[in-house]
Design a protein around this ligand. Structure first.
Ligand code: UN1
Length: 510
Protein backbone atom coordinates (compact mmCIF):
# COMPACT_ATOMS: atom_id res chain seq x y z
CA UNK A 1 0.00 0.00 0.00
CA UNK A 2 1.39 3.37 -0.96
CA UNK A 3 1.95 6.22 1.43
CA UNK A 4 -1.26 8.16 1.93
CA UNK A 5 -1.08 11.69 3.25
CA UNK A 6 -4.08 12.94 5.23
CA UNK A 7 -6.96 14.16 3.17
CA UNK A 8 -8.02 17.79 3.24
CA UNK A 9 -10.89 19.55 4.97
CA UNK A 10 -12.77 19.35 1.72
CA UNK A 11 -12.55 15.59 1.96
CA UNK A 12 -14.60 15.95 5.13
CA UNK A 13 -17.37 17.27 2.91
CA UNK A 14 -16.86 14.73 0.14
CA UNK A 15 -16.70 11.54 2.18
CA UNK A 16 -20.16 11.76 3.83
CA UNK A 17 -21.69 12.67 0.48
CA UNK A 18 -20.12 9.64 -1.16
CA UNK A 19 -21.33 7.44 1.60
CA UNK A 20 -24.85 8.89 1.33
CA UNK A 21 -24.71 8.08 -2.38
CA UNK A 22 -23.76 4.50 -1.60
CA UNK A 23 -20.03 4.49 -2.30
CA UNK A 24 -17.86 2.31 -0.07
CA UNK A 25 -15.59 5.00 1.33
CA UNK A 26 -12.99 2.50 2.53
CA UNK A 27 -11.57 2.53 -0.99
CA UNK A 28 -10.98 6.28 -1.11
CA UNK A 29 -7.41 6.21 0.23
CA UNK A 30 -4.12 4.53 -0.40
CA UNK A 31 -4.30 4.40 -4.20
CA UNK A 32 -2.15 5.98 -6.88
CA UNK A 33 -4.66 8.38 -8.42
CA UNK A 34 -4.73 11.62 -6.45
CA UNK A 35 -8.08 13.37 -6.82
CA UNK A 36 -8.14 17.09 -6.15
CA UNK A 37 -11.00 19.49 -5.76
CA UNK A 38 -10.56 22.51 -8.01
CA UNK A 39 -12.24 24.58 -5.28
CA UNK A 40 -9.10 24.60 -3.12
CA UNK A 41 -6.69 22.38 -5.04
CA UNK A 42 -6.64 20.03 -2.05
CA UNK A 43 -6.59 16.26 -2.29
CA UNK A 44 -9.93 14.64 -1.63
CA UNK A 45 -9.09 11.03 -2.43
CA UNK A 46 -6.37 8.66 -3.54
CA UNK A 47 -8.03 6.03 -5.66
CA UNK A 48 -6.85 2.64 -6.76
CA UNK A 49 -6.56 2.36 -10.53
CA UNK A 50 -7.67 -0.54 -12.68
CA UNK A 51 -4.68 -2.50 -13.94
CA UNK A 52 -4.50 -4.37 -17.23
CA UNK A 53 -5.89 -7.57 -15.73
CA UNK A 54 -8.86 -5.80 -14.10
CA UNK A 55 -9.63 -3.99 -17.34
CA UNK A 56 -9.41 -7.19 -19.34
CA UNK A 57 -11.68 -8.99 -16.90
CA UNK A 58 -14.22 -6.14 -16.89
CA UNK A 59 -14.49 -6.21 -20.67
CA UNK A 60 -14.93 -9.98 -20.61
CA UNK A 61 -17.64 -9.73 -17.98
CA UNK A 62 -19.35 -6.93 -19.91
CA UNK A 63 -19.38 -9.12 -23.02
CA UNK A 64 -21.03 -11.94 -21.06
CA UNK A 65 -23.51 -9.48 -19.54
CA UNK A 66 -24.38 -8.29 -23.03
CA UNK A 67 -25.09 -11.85 -24.15
CA UNK A 68 -27.78 -12.11 -21.49
CA UNK A 69 -29.05 -8.54 -21.56
CA UNK A 70 -29.67 -8.53 -25.32
CA UNK A 71 -32.31 -11.22 -24.79
CA UNK A 72 -34.28 -9.16 -22.27
CA UNK A 73 -37.20 -7.40 -24.01
CA UNK A 74 -36.39 -3.75 -24.65
CA UNK A 75 -39.27 -2.29 -22.57
CA UNK A 76 -38.04 -4.40 -19.64
CA UNK A 77 -34.55 -3.00 -20.21
CA UNK A 78 -36.23 0.39 -20.12
CA UNK A 79 -37.51 -0.45 -16.64
CA UNK A 80 -33.92 -0.60 -15.37
CA UNK A 81 -33.25 2.83 -16.81
CA UNK A 82 -36.50 4.09 -15.27
CA UNK A 83 -35.28 2.88 -11.87
CA UNK A 84 -31.95 4.61 -12.46
CA UNK A 85 -33.95 7.80 -13.07
CA UNK A 86 -35.78 7.23 -9.78
CA UNK A 87 -32.45 6.89 -7.94
CA UNK A 88 -31.12 10.01 -9.64
CA UNK A 89 -34.18 12.01 -8.64
CA UNK A 90 -33.72 10.99 -5.03
CA UNK A 91 -29.98 11.73 -5.15
CA UNK A 92 -30.14 14.91 -7.20
CA UNK A 93 -29.06 17.29 -4.46
CA UNK A 94 -26.24 15.07 -3.17
CA UNK A 95 -24.87 14.13 -6.57
CA UNK A 96 -25.12 17.71 -7.82
CA UNK A 97 -23.21 18.79 -4.72
CA UNK A 98 -20.54 16.20 -5.45
CA UNK A 99 -20.23 17.54 -9.01
CA UNK A 100 -19.65 20.97 -7.47
CA UNK A 101 -16.98 19.65 -5.12
CA UNK A 102 -15.16 17.54 -7.69
CA UNK A 103 -15.57 19.54 -10.92
CA UNK A 104 -16.03 23.03 -9.44
CA UNK A 105 -19.38 23.78 -11.08
CA UNK A 106 -21.66 26.28 -9.38
CA UNK A 107 -24.60 24.82 -7.49
CA UNK A 108 -27.27 25.28 -10.15
CA UNK A 109 -25.03 23.85 -12.84
CA UNK A 110 -24.17 20.85 -10.67
CA UNK A 111 -27.88 20.26 -10.09
CA UNK A 112 -28.58 20.92 -13.77
CA UNK A 113 -26.16 18.25 -14.76
CA UNK A 114 -28.02 15.66 -12.69
CA UNK A 115 -31.29 16.91 -14.17
CA UNK A 116 -29.81 16.23 -17.60
CA UNK A 117 -29.21 12.62 -16.49
CA UNK A 118 -32.80 12.32 -15.30
CA UNK A 119 -34.06 13.76 -18.58
CA UNK A 120 -32.13 11.28 -20.70
CA UNK A 121 -33.35 8.41 -18.52
CA UNK A 122 -36.95 9.49 -19.15
CA UNK A 123 -36.23 9.82 -22.85
CA UNK A 124 -34.62 6.37 -22.98
CA UNK A 125 -37.54 4.75 -21.14
CA UNK A 126 -39.93 5.99 -23.81
CA UNK A 127 -37.50 4.92 -26.48
CA UNK A 128 -37.42 1.40 -25.10
CA UNK A 129 -40.84 0.90 -26.70
CA UNK A 130 -39.88 2.60 -29.95
CA UNK A 131 -36.70 1.01 -31.27
CA UNK A 132 -38.43 0.81 -34.59
CA UNK A 133 -37.32 -0.07 -38.07
CA UNK A 134 -39.03 0.52 -41.40
CA UNK A 135 -41.00 -1.74 -43.63
CA UNK A 136 -39.94 -1.16 -47.20
CA UNK A 137 -41.76 -1.79 -50.48
CA UNK A 138 -40.21 -4.71 -52.32
CA UNK A 139 -40.09 -5.23 -56.07
CA UNK A 140 -40.82 -8.95 -55.74
CA UNK A 141 -44.30 -10.49 -55.39
CA UNK A 142 -45.14 -12.23 -52.14
CA UNK A 143 -42.11 -10.78 -50.43
CA UNK A 144 -41.74 -8.49 -47.50
CA UNK A 145 -38.79 -6.30 -46.67
CA UNK A 146 -38.11 -4.68 -43.34
CA UNK A 147 -35.34 -3.60 -41.09
CA UNK A 148 -34.71 -4.70 -37.53
CA UNK A 149 -32.58 -3.11 -34.87
CA UNK A 150 -30.59 -5.36 -32.57
CA UNK A 151 -28.30 -4.83 -29.61
CA UNK A 152 -24.75 -4.10 -30.68
CA UNK A 153 -22.40 -5.18 -27.88
CA UNK A 154 -20.18 -3.70 -25.23
CA UNK A 155 -20.22 0.09 -25.36
CA UNK A 156 -17.18 1.90 -23.96
CA UNK A 157 -17.87 5.37 -22.63
CA UNK A 158 -14.92 7.71 -22.14
CA UNK A 159 -15.92 10.99 -20.52
CA UNK A 160 -14.34 14.36 -19.74
CA UNK A 161 -14.18 16.28 -16.47
CA UNK A 162 -16.49 19.09 -17.55
CA UNK A 163 -19.67 17.01 -17.69
CA UNK A 164 -18.50 14.27 -15.37
CA UNK A 165 -21.85 12.48 -15.09
CA UNK A 166 -24.32 13.76 -17.71
CA UNK A 167 -22.35 12.55 -20.71
CA UNK A 168 -22.15 9.04 -19.24
CA UNK A 169 -25.91 9.12 -18.82
CA UNK A 170 -26.53 10.24 -22.41
CA UNK A 171 -24.63 7.20 -23.57
CA UNK A 172 -25.47 4.65 -20.91
CA UNK A 173 -29.24 5.26 -20.87
CA UNK A 174 -29.44 4.69 -24.62
CA UNK A 175 -26.92 1.84 -24.68
CA UNK A 176 -28.76 -0.02 -21.92
CA UNK A 177 -32.20 0.21 -23.52
CA UNK A 178 -30.55 -0.76 -26.79
CA UNK A 179 -29.47 -3.99 -25.09
CA UNK A 180 -25.79 -3.25 -24.64
CA UNK A 181 -23.48 -3.50 -21.64
CA UNK A 182 -21.44 -0.41 -20.78
CA UNK A 183 -17.91 0.11 -19.51
CA UNK A 184 -17.08 3.61 -18.33
CA UNK A 185 -13.72 5.28 -18.12
CA UNK A 186 -14.32 8.64 -16.45
CA UNK A 187 -11.81 11.48 -16.53
CA UNK A 188 -8.93 11.02 -14.08
CA UNK A 189 -9.93 14.47 -12.81
CA UNK A 190 -13.45 13.44 -11.82
CA UNK A 191 -13.57 9.77 -10.82
CA UNK A 192 -15.54 10.23 -7.58
CA UNK A 193 -18.73 11.34 -9.28
CA UNK A 194 -18.39 8.25 -11.49
CA UNK A 195 -18.16 6.01 -8.43
CA UNK A 196 -21.26 7.69 -7.04
CA UNK A 197 -23.21 7.15 -10.26
CA UNK A 198 -22.11 3.52 -10.33
CA UNK A 199 -23.40 3.09 -6.78
CA UNK A 200 -26.76 4.60 -7.79
CA UNK A 201 -26.87 2.32 -10.82
CA UNK A 202 -26.26 -0.67 -8.58
CA UNK A 203 -29.15 0.43 -6.34
CA UNK A 204 -31.37 0.53 -9.43
CA UNK A 205 -30.09 -2.91 -10.39
CA UNK A 206 -31.02 -4.33 -7.00
CA UNK A 207 -34.52 -2.90 -7.26
CA UNK A 208 -34.86 -4.27 -10.76
CA UNK A 209 -34.01 -7.83 -9.78
CA UNK A 210 -31.90 -9.98 -12.00
CA UNK A 211 -29.44 -8.14 -14.16
CA UNK A 212 -26.26 -9.81 -15.38
CA UNK A 213 -23.09 -9.03 -13.43
CA UNK A 214 -20.94 -6.41 -15.12
CA UNK A 215 -23.77 -4.82 -17.10
CA UNK A 216 -22.27 -1.46 -16.17
CA UNK A 217 -18.73 -1.10 -14.89
CA UNK A 218 -16.53 1.84 -13.98
CA UNK A 219 -12.80 1.56 -14.60
CA UNK A 220 -10.78 4.18 -12.75
CA UNK A 221 -7.55 4.98 -14.48
CA UNK A 222 -5.74 6.89 -17.15
CA UNK A 223 -4.60 6.42 -20.68
CA UNK A 224 -3.86 2.71 -20.39
CA UNK A 225 -7.48 1.94 -19.49
CA UNK A 226 -8.74 4.05 -22.38
CA UNK A 227 -6.35 2.39 -24.80
CA UNK A 228 -7.38 -1.08 -23.69
CA UNK A 229 -11.01 -0.21 -24.46
CA UNK A 230 -10.06 1.35 -27.78
CA UNK A 231 -8.09 -1.70 -28.92
CA UNK A 232 -10.28 -4.52 -27.64
CA UNK A 233 -12.19 -6.35 -30.40
CA UNK A 234 -14.93 -7.21 -27.90
CA UNK A 235 -15.88 -3.51 -27.80
CA UNK A 236 -17.73 -2.64 -31.04
CA UNK A 237 -18.55 0.94 -30.04
CA UNK A 238 -16.49 3.58 -28.29
CA UNK A 239 -18.14 6.85 -27.37
CA UNK A 240 -15.44 9.32 -26.38
CA UNK A 241 -15.67 12.91 -25.23
CA UNK A 242 -12.54 15.01 -24.99
CA UNK A 243 -10.04 17.01 -26.97
CA UNK A 244 -9.52 16.84 -30.71
CA UNK A 245 -5.98 15.61 -29.94
CA UNK A 246 -7.45 12.66 -28.04
CA UNK A 247 -9.82 11.93 -30.93
CA UNK A 248 -7.00 12.10 -33.43
CA UNK A 249 -5.06 9.55 -31.38
CA UNK A 250 -7.87 7.03 -30.97
CA UNK A 251 -9.86 7.34 -34.21
CA UNK A 252 -7.28 5.60 -36.44
CA UNK A 253 -6.89 2.80 -33.90
CA UNK A 254 -10.63 2.28 -33.84
CA UNK A 255 -10.84 2.50 -37.62
CA UNK A 256 -8.14 -0.16 -37.94
CA UNK A 257 -10.45 -2.68 -36.32
CA UNK A 258 -13.61 -1.19 -37.89
CA UNK A 259 -15.07 -0.27 -34.53
CA UNK A 260 -17.82 2.30 -34.41
CA UNK A 261 -17.21 5.63 -32.77
CA UNK A 262 -19.18 8.47 -31.32
CA UNK A 263 -16.60 11.23 -31.03
CA UNK A 264 -17.43 14.43 -29.19
CA UNK A 265 -14.28 16.50 -29.49
CA UNK A 266 -13.28 20.15 -29.50
CA UNK A 267 -15.60 23.04 -30.13
CA UNK A 268 -14.86 26.66 -30.97
CA UNK A 269 -18.32 28.07 -30.98
CA UNK A 270 -19.32 31.43 -32.37
CA UNK A 271 -22.27 33.77 -32.08
CA UNK A 272 -23.15 36.34 -34.71
CA UNK A 273 -24.84 39.52 -33.47
CA UNK A 274 -26.68 41.28 -36.27
CA UNK A 275 -27.96 44.87 -36.46
CA UNK A 276 -31.53 43.75 -35.70
CA UNK A 277 -30.59 41.74 -32.59
CA UNK A 278 -32.37 42.22 -29.28
CA UNK A 279 -29.25 43.33 -27.42
CA UNK A 280 -30.60 42.86 -23.90
CA UNK A 281 -31.36 39.26 -24.69
CA UNK A 282 -28.07 38.79 -26.55
CA UNK A 283 -26.11 40.20 -23.61
CA UNK A 284 -27.57 37.68 -21.19
CA UNK A 285 -27.14 34.80 -23.60
CA UNK A 286 -23.53 35.71 -24.38
CA UNK A 287 -22.68 36.11 -20.70
CA UNK A 288 -23.97 32.65 -19.80
CA UNK A 289 -22.50 30.95 -22.85
CA UNK A 290 -19.04 32.49 -22.49
CA UNK A 291 -18.63 32.59 -18.71
CA UNK A 292 -20.88 29.75 -17.51
CA UNK A 293 -19.01 26.65 -16.30
CA UNK A 294 -15.95 28.98 -16.35
CA UNK A 295 -15.84 28.58 -20.13
CA UNK A 296 -15.29 24.84 -19.76
CA UNK A 297 -18.15 23.46 -21.85
CA UNK A 298 -17.51 21.98 -25.27
CA UNK A 299 -20.31 24.30 -26.28
CA UNK A 300 -18.97 27.41 -24.53
CA UNK A 301 -19.08 30.59 -26.58
CA UNK A 302 -15.55 31.50 -27.62
CA UNK A 303 -15.99 33.79 -30.64
CA UNK A 304 -18.29 36.78 -30.98
CA UNK A 305 -18.86 38.07 -34.50
CA UNK A 306 -20.54 41.45 -34.11
CA UNK A 307 -21.86 43.74 -36.81
CA UNK A 308 -19.78 46.91 -36.81
CA UNK A 309 -22.90 49.05 -36.26
CA UNK A 310 -23.76 47.16 -33.06
CA UNK A 311 -20.31 46.82 -31.55
CA UNK A 312 -20.31 50.07 -29.56
CA UNK A 313 -23.72 49.39 -28.08
CA UNK A 314 -22.85 45.84 -27.03
CA UNK A 315 -19.16 45.62 -26.22
CA UNK A 316 -19.00 48.09 -23.30
CA UNK A 317 -21.92 46.32 -21.64
CA UNK A 318 -20.24 42.96 -22.11
CA UNK A 319 -16.92 44.21 -20.76
CA UNK A 320 -18.77 45.52 -17.72
CA UNK A 321 -20.57 42.22 -17.18
CA UNK A 322 -17.31 40.27 -17.43
CA UNK A 323 -15.57 42.68 -15.04
CA UNK A 324 -18.29 42.40 -12.42
CA UNK A 325 -19.40 38.76 -12.59
CA UNK A 326 -18.98 36.99 -9.23
CA UNK A 327 -16.00 34.66 -9.45
CA UNK A 328 -15.23 32.45 -6.49
CA UNK A 329 -16.00 29.39 -4.46
CA UNK A 330 -18.79 27.57 -6.31
CA UNK A 331 -20.35 26.60 -2.98
CA UNK A 332 -21.30 30.25 -2.43
CA UNK A 333 -24.79 30.94 -3.74
CA UNK A 334 -23.73 34.27 -5.24
CA UNK A 335 -20.92 32.78 -7.36
CA UNK A 336 -21.52 32.51 -11.09
CA UNK A 337 -18.01 31.54 -12.17
CA UNK A 338 -16.19 28.83 -10.26
CA UNK A 339 -12.59 27.67 -10.62
CA UNK A 340 -10.80 26.28 -13.63
CA UNK A 341 -10.24 22.58 -13.29
CA UNK A 342 -6.51 22.80 -12.55
CA UNK A 343 -3.25 24.71 -12.98
CA UNK A 344 -2.82 23.29 -16.47
CA UNK A 345 -6.06 24.95 -17.55
CA UNK A 346 -4.98 28.25 -16.00
CA UNK A 347 -1.63 28.07 -17.79
CA UNK A 348 -3.38 27.39 -21.11
CA UNK A 349 -5.49 30.50 -20.55
CA UNK A 350 -2.41 32.63 -19.84
CA UNK A 351 -0.74 31.31 -23.00
CA UNK A 352 -3.81 32.00 -25.13
CA UNK A 353 -4.16 35.56 -23.87
CA UNK A 354 -0.46 36.23 -24.52
CA UNK A 355 -0.79 34.84 -28.05
CA UNK A 356 -3.88 36.97 -28.67
CA UNK A 357 -2.05 40.05 -27.47
CA UNK A 358 0.92 39.25 -29.68
CA UNK A 359 -1.53 39.05 -32.61
CA UNK A 360 -2.75 42.56 -31.86
CA UNK A 361 -5.63 41.70 -29.53
CA UNK A 362 -6.77 43.99 -26.72
CA UNK A 363 -7.45 41.99 -23.57
CA UNK A 364 -10.02 43.00 -20.94
CA UNK A 365 -9.88 40.90 -17.75
CA UNK A 366 -8.34 37.46 -17.67
CA UNK A 367 -6.27 37.97 -14.55
CA UNK A 368 -6.00 35.37 -11.78
CA UNK A 369 -8.19 35.96 -8.74
CA UNK A 370 -7.04 35.03 -5.27
CA UNK A 371 -9.66 33.25 -3.16
CA UNK A 372 -8.89 33.21 0.55
CA UNK A 373 -7.64 29.90 1.86
CA UNK A 374 -7.63 28.30 -1.59
CA UNK A 375 -4.97 27.16 -4.03
CA UNK A 376 -7.63 26.76 -6.71
CA UNK A 377 -7.26 28.46 -10.11
CA UNK A 378 -9.77 31.29 -10.26
CA UNK A 379 -9.70 33.76 -13.13
CA UNK A 380 -11.58 36.83 -14.26
CA UNK A 381 -13.27 35.90 -17.57
CA UNK A 382 -11.62 37.69 -20.48
CA UNK A 383 -12.88 39.57 -23.52
CA UNK A 384 -10.34 40.00 -26.29
CA UNK A 385 -10.94 42.45 -29.12
CA UNK A 386 -9.15 40.93 -32.09
CA UNK A 387 -8.12 42.77 -35.26
CA UNK A 388 -8.98 39.63 -37.25
CA UNK A 389 -9.91 36.01 -36.66
CA UNK A 390 -6.45 34.50 -36.67
CA UNK A 391 -4.13 32.18 -34.76
CA UNK A 392 -5.24 31.44 -31.24
CA UNK A 393 -8.83 32.47 -32.01
CA UNK A 394 -9.15 29.46 -34.30
CA UNK A 395 -8.11 27.11 -31.49
CA UNK A 396 -10.14 25.83 -28.57
CA UNK A 397 -8.81 27.00 -25.21
CA UNK A 398 -10.87 25.47 -22.42
CA UNK A 399 -11.21 28.67 -20.40
CA UNK A 400 -13.47 31.74 -20.22
CA UNK A 401 -12.03 33.76 -23.11
CA UNK A 402 -14.36 35.50 -25.54
CA UNK A 403 -12.70 36.79 -28.71
CA UNK A 404 -14.55 39.56 -30.53
CA UNK A 405 -14.32 40.53 -34.20
CA UNK A 406 -16.60 42.72 -36.31
CA UNK A 407 -18.21 42.14 -39.70
CA UNK A 408 -19.96 44.20 -42.37
CA UNK A 409 -22.25 41.80 -44.22
CA UNK A 410 -23.81 38.50 -43.32
CA UNK A 411 -21.87 36.48 -45.88
CA UNK A 412 -18.68 37.58 -44.15
CA UNK A 413 -20.07 36.66 -40.73
CA UNK A 414 -21.09 33.21 -41.95
CA UNK A 415 -17.66 32.69 -43.45
CA UNK A 416 -16.05 33.64 -40.13
CA UNK A 417 -18.40 31.31 -38.24
CA UNK A 418 -17.30 28.43 -40.45
CA UNK A 419 -13.61 29.31 -40.81
CA UNK A 420 -12.36 27.23 -37.87
CA UNK A 421 -11.51 23.53 -37.83
CA UNK A 422 -14.14 22.72 -35.19
CA UNK A 423 -17.88 22.44 -35.90
CA UNK A 424 -19.84 21.89 -32.72
CA UNK A 425 -22.21 24.75 -31.97
CA UNK A 426 -23.17 28.20 -33.20
CA UNK A 427 -25.73 30.97 -32.76
CA UNK A 428 -27.14 34.01 -34.43
CA UNK A 429 -28.86 36.91 -32.68
CA UNK A 430 -31.30 38.49 -35.08
CA UNK A 431 -34.95 39.45 -35.42
CA UNK A 432 -34.70 39.32 -39.20
CA UNK A 433 -36.27 36.14 -40.53
CA UNK A 434 -34.11 36.17 -43.64
CA UNK A 435 -30.90 36.30 -41.65
CA UNK A 436 -32.05 33.56 -39.29
CA UNK A 437 -33.01 31.25 -42.11
CA UNK A 438 -29.79 31.88 -44.00
CA UNK A 439 -27.84 31.00 -40.89
CA UNK A 440 -29.80 27.75 -40.50
CA UNK A 441 -29.73 26.85 -44.20
CA UNK A 442 -27.36 24.81 -46.34
CA UNK A 443 -25.00 27.73 -46.88
CA UNK A 444 -25.20 28.87 -43.27
CA UNK A 445 -23.56 27.53 -40.14
CA UNK A 446 -21.64 24.30 -40.75
CA UNK A 447 -22.00 23.18 -37.12
CA UNK A 448 -23.91 20.27 -35.63
CA UNK A 449 -25.85 22.75 -33.52
CA UNK A 450 -27.14 26.07 -34.90
CA UNK A 451 -29.34 28.27 -32.73
CA UNK A 452 -31.29 31.49 -33.12
CA UNK A 453 -31.50 33.97 -30.25
CA UNK A 454 -30.01 31.64 -27.69
CA UNK A 455 -26.35 30.95 -27.04
CA UNK A 456 -24.47 27.91 -28.35
CA UNK A 457 -24.39 26.07 -25.00
CA UNK A 458 -27.02 24.56 -22.77
CA UNK A 459 -28.59 22.10 -25.20
CA UNK A 460 -31.57 19.97 -24.16
CA UNK A 461 -31.26 16.19 -24.40
CA UNK A 462 -34.16 15.81 -26.87
CA UNK A 463 -32.02 16.87 -29.81
CA UNK A 464 -29.05 15.01 -31.24
CA UNK A 465 -25.90 16.48 -29.71
CA UNK A 466 -22.61 16.67 -31.58
CA UNK A 467 -20.68 18.41 -34.28
CA UNK A 468 -18.87 18.28 -37.58
CA UNK A 469 -15.27 18.57 -38.75
CA UNK A 470 -12.74 18.27 -35.92
CA UNK A 471 -15.55 17.93 -33.42
CA UNK A 472 -15.66 14.34 -34.62
CA UNK A 473 -19.07 13.81 -36.23
CA UNK A 474 -20.69 11.84 -33.40
CA UNK A 475 -24.25 12.37 -32.24
CA UNK A 476 -25.46 11.60 -28.75
CA UNK A 477 -28.58 12.03 -26.61
CA UNK A 478 -31.89 12.66 -28.36
CA UNK A 479 -33.51 12.35 -31.78
CA UNK A 480 -32.36 9.14 -33.50
CA UNK A 481 -28.93 8.99 -31.81
CA UNK A 482 -30.00 5.61 -30.39
CA UNK A 483 -29.29 4.04 -33.76
CA UNK A 484 -25.55 4.39 -33.13
CA UNK A 485 -25.89 1.92 -30.25
CA UNK A 486 -27.63 -0.78 -32.29
CA UNK A 487 -26.96 -2.85 -35.36
CA UNK A 488 -29.40 -2.71 -38.23
CA UNK A 489 -30.40 -5.81 -40.15
CA UNK A 490 -32.30 -5.59 -43.43
CA UNK A 491 -34.62 -8.58 -43.72
CA UNK A 492 -36.29 -9.87 -46.89
CA UNK A 493 -38.90 -12.56 -46.41
CA UNK A 494 -40.32 -14.66 -49.24
CA UNK A 495 -43.77 -16.01 -48.35
CA UNK A 496 -44.51 -17.31 -51.87
CA UNK A 497 -43.72 -20.56 -53.64
CA UNK A 498 -41.41 -19.21 -56.34
CA UNK A 499 -38.04 -17.54 -56.24
CA UNK A 500 -38.12 -14.30 -58.22
CA UNK A 501 -34.68 -12.67 -58.16
CA UNK A 502 -34.16 -8.96 -57.72
CA UNK A 503 -33.30 -6.83 -60.74
CA UNK A 504 -35.00 -9.46 -62.95
CA UNK A 505 -31.96 -11.72 -62.85
CA UNK A 506 -32.63 -15.26 -64.09
CA UNK A 507 -30.70 -18.24 -62.81
CA UNK A 508 -32.63 -21.38 -63.71
CA UNK A 509 -30.84 -24.56 -62.76
CA UNK A 510 -31.87 -27.76 -64.54
C1 UN1 B 1 -20.05 19.30 -23.11
O1 UN1 B 1 -19.67 20.42 -22.90
O2 UN1 B 1 -19.25 18.32 -23.21
O3 UN1 B 1 -25.20 21.82 -24.31
C2 UN1 B 1 -21.46 18.93 -23.17
C3 UN1 B 1 -24.61 21.87 -23.24
C4 UN1 B 1 -24.74 20.68 -22.33
C5 UN1 B 1 -23.76 19.64 -22.68
C6 UN1 B 1 -22.38 20.09 -22.99
N1 UN1 B 1 -26.07 20.16 -22.36
O4 UN1 B 1 -23.95 22.82 -22.90
Amino acid sequence: MSHSPPLSDLAAEVVPLLSELGVDTAGLRGGTLAVRSPITGAQIAQLHEADAATTEAAIGQARRAFETWRQVPAPRRGELVRLLGVELRAAKVALGRLVTLEAGKIRSEGQGEVQEMIDICDFAVGLSRQLHGLTIATERPEHRMMESWHPLGVTAIITAFNFPVAVWAWNAALALVAGNAVVWKPSEKTPLTALAVQALFERAQRRFGDTPAGLSTVLIGGRAVGEALVDDPRVPLVSATGSTAMGRAIAPRLARRFARTILELGGNNAAIVTPSADLDLALRAIAFAAMGTAGQRCTSLRRLIVHSSVRDRLLPRLIKAFASVAVGDPRDESTLVGPLIDAGAAAAMVRALAAAQAAGGTVHGGEPIAVAGSDGCYVRPAIVEMPAQTGVMTEETFAPILYVVTYEDLAEALALNNAVPQGLSSSIFTTDLREAERFLGATGSDCGIANVNIGPSGAEIGGAFGGEKETGGGREAGSDSWKAYMRRATNTINYGHTLPLAQGVTFDIA
